[in-house]
Design a protein around this ligand. Structure first.
Ligand SMILES: *[C@@H]1O[C@H](CO)[C@@H](O)[C@H](O)[C@H]1NC(C)=O
Ligand SMILES: *[C@@H]1O[C@H](CO)[C@@H](O)[C@H](O)[C@H]1NC(C)=O
Ligand SMILES: *[C@@H]1O[C@H](CO)[C@@H](O)[C@H](O)[C@H]1NC(C)=O
Ligand SMILES: *[C@@H]1O[C@H](CO)[C@@H](O)[C@H](O)[C@H]1NC(C)=O
Ligand SMILES: *[C@@H]1O[C@H](CO)[C@@H](O)[C@H](O)[C@H]1NC(C)=O
Length: 484
């Protein structure tokens, strides 16, 4: 039986924890695979072989002459984005759109060289330009196969997927009519903005709930450092307080705990949605609020920090007895986290090559410990791990740097709660490159399906996005009529 959406929400309101156990509304889809070039640019390297790139198709809303809505998959299995991008399904019926969700190479089931994909020499196929070429090839081929070679294509994406949406419009404007790039940090990833903004915004989000929260967090980290400085007995006390499965045995392990704690706050701020959600983990509604109140209500800052950090990791069913910080968090070239499994290797490699991620925390402009990640530290890490040297200049060149206005038809939306916001485009750059702010919204809230708990701001933002997209399609149809 399929649960009606309203009924599920009612249950969610009654019990936050039950909610994560209840499946999200499932949109219909067919899983398909496309024989995709392993290497679009060097015909010698892999003998012009192909791999199976996965994508989902939803044609339930499709009407003849309707557009294609194409999600440019990001750093994870495509189901994760399919499940959390309800906006596309909400508006598709009105447009009579065909929906495609394409999986990014090296993630999920789209592995160019199967279980050999992650060897050092094969990782070289993991680049933004290969991923964009995959999407351009897939769009071209699907349109031909479906007999709609001229239908307009609008691309959608959130976060890194939003960057890819913008790049698709910039690089393949003959294939892509326009892009909705939600929460896309196109400037900071190309080293075109401050790199300290991320943890500053996380701190601000906690401050905005209760000005005491960042102070409590700072006090707790100070206490942690004092305990760690005591050696074995202090590390033992920390391990007990944080309910760790294994007692911390060294300062390196202690440092890992600090990363694990910071990572929990990162996700709470990114996923600060007004209702419980299962996206990159499970969190209750308004997690920053919940976490901040845990800090304020606890018997000591340290107890509060232990509880609020656990909020992100102890949210699966059944609840955890203790925390295995090495299984739950991987330190990598992205101070905001790389995820787990082979996805984390792939993202780590991207962070070591083309994509510059925010600097670490400094404890001055943010509430976290001083855990720097300087360009030099990144370089040594990447050389030691993958034998590559990051080239931050390249995304500046291929991603248009600060010259995005030379493109057109891109919407850059950003939630004002989102720690990524200041890495992206927050002001209109031209008549058709527009910024849509979403007050009260976290990481690409606008891409999520409509929900009774949505703030008015996101309803407005979605309507504005829809009318801009409609404008692109109407223009395109008029031009087509003239040339026919
Ligand atoms: C997507 O949602 C479906 C149905 O709720 C669920 O079975 C599946 O595990 C979800 N996948 C991911 C990756 O979240
Ligand atoms: C890797 O994939 C190949 C081909 O699909 C398979 O024969 C082999 O058993 C796999 N190896 C491992 C370690 O999974
Ligand atoms: C924040 O948390 C407090 C205490 O838990 C609660 O009373 C309040 O309703 C919450 N606010 C929001 C917006 O969730
Ligand atoms: C996880 O949450 C459950 C239920 O709230 C709680 O009983 C348990 O102690 C928590 N586990 C840890 C390791 O904090
Ligand atoms: C970013 O650019 C600044 C100078 O504009 C430079 O000092 C810094 O090393 C660059 N960051 C990275 C990660 O390369």
């Amino acid at each position: 039986m399929e649960w009606p959406k309203q009924m599920m929400l009612l249950i969610c309101l009654l019990s936050v924890w039950m909610c994560s156990a209840i499946p999200l509304p499932q949109y219909p889809y067919k899983e398909k695979y496309f024989d995709q070039s392993i290497d679009h640019f060097n015909l010698e390297s892999y003998g012009q072989r192909t791999y199976r790139q996965r994508y989902f198709v939803t044609d339930d809303y499709w009407k003849k002459g309707g557009p294609v809505f194409f999600y440019t998959g990001n750093e994870g299995p495509i189901e994760a984005f399919f499940n959390n991008t309800g906006y596309v399904f909400d508006i598709a019926p009105e447009f009579g759109a065909l929906i495609i969700f394409a999986e990014h190479r090296y993630y999920g089931k789209s592995l160019p060289l199967g279980n050999q994909s992650f060897t050092p020499s094969n990782l070289g196929l993991l680049t933004i330009e290969q991923a964009l070429a995959d999407y351009a090839t897939l769009i071209t081929s699907l349109r031909e196969d479906l007999g709609i070679p001229d239908s307009p294509v609008v691309v959608f994406g959130g976060s890194y997927g939003g960057m890819l949406s913008a790049y698709m419009r910039m690089k393949y404007p003959h294939l892509v009519l326009g892009a909705l790039a939600a929460s896309a940090p196109v400037y900071s990833t190309a080293n075109q903005s401050s790199q300290t903004y991320f943890f500053e915004t996380v701190t601000q989000d906690f401050h905005d709930v209760d000005a005491r929260c960042p102070d409590i967090v700072r006090a707790a980290f100070t206490k942690l450092n004092q305990l760690a400085a005591q050696g074995t007995s202090g590390l033992k006390e920390i391990s007990t307080t944080f309910k760790l499965c294994k007692t911390l045995g060294s300062m390196a392990e202690y440092y890992h705990l600090l990363g694990w704690i910071r990572n929990s706050f990162t996700y709470q701020a990114m996923l600060d949605y007004p209702y419980a959600a299962s996206f990159m983990g499970n969190l209750p509604a308004n997690p920053v609020n919940v976490s901040c109140h845990m800090l304020v209500d606890a018997s000591s800052p340290l107890e509060g920090l232990a509880m609020s950090s656990g909020l992100y990791y102890n949210s699966s069913n059944p609840p955890l007895k203790c925390f295995d910080i090495f299984a739950e968090f991987i330190q990598c070239a992205d101070p905001t986290g790389c995820g787990l499994g082979t996805d984390s290797t792939a993202w780590d490699y991207q962070a070591c090559t083309e994509i510059t991620l925010p600097a670490g925390s400094n404890g001055i402009t943010d509430m976290f410990p001083n855990m720097p990640f300087t360009p030099d530290m990144r370089t040594s890490y990447c050389q030691a791990t993958y034998n590559v040297t990051p080239r931050p200049e390249w995304l500046k060149i291929q991603g248009f740097g600060r010259g995005l206005a030379s493109s057109s038809n891109i919407i850059f939306s950003n939630g004002l709660l989102d720690p990524w916001r200041l890495g992206g485009v927050t002001e209109d750059l031209s008549e058709s490159i527009v910024a849509i702010p979403v007050p009260g919204g976290a990481h690409h809230l606008d891409l999520r399906g409509s929900n009774p708990k949505d703030p008015e701001s996101v309803v407005k933002a979605r309507n504005k996005e829809k009318s801009i997209i409609k404008g692109w399609i109407d223009d395109w149809n008029q031009r087509k009529d003239k040339t026919a």
